[in-house]
Design a binder for this molecule. Structure first.
Ligand SMILES: [Zn+2]
Length: 79
């Protein structure tokens, strides 16, 4: 999803592309978990509207994304 789609669905979430204040509390762009910016990972699935940059997500969501990616790579190799 893009940042505009996420903000439309969750107007109460604080979603940033980047923060210069790494202690700033933001929401995971995927599940909405509140956490400090320094504790985030750059998403592969939740992006800016142009798709160029990943949004900050929590460790758990990043792990899920990596699983999706690994599954799709395996699918391509076998196909
Ligand atoms: Zn999350």
């Amino acid at each position: 999803m893009t940042i505009s789609e996420i903000k439309a669905q969750h107007p109460d979430w604080r979603i940033l592309v980047y923060s210069y204040n790494w202690l700033e509390e933001i929401n995971c762009a995927s599940c909405g978990k509140l956490m400090p910016y320094y504790d985030t990972y750059t998403s592969r699935e939740q992006t800016t509207d142009n798709g160029y940059f990943g949004l900050p997500v929590c460790c758990r969501c990043y792990g899920h994304e990596t699983q999706h990616l690994m599954t799709s790579w395996k699918g391509k190799k076998n196909g």
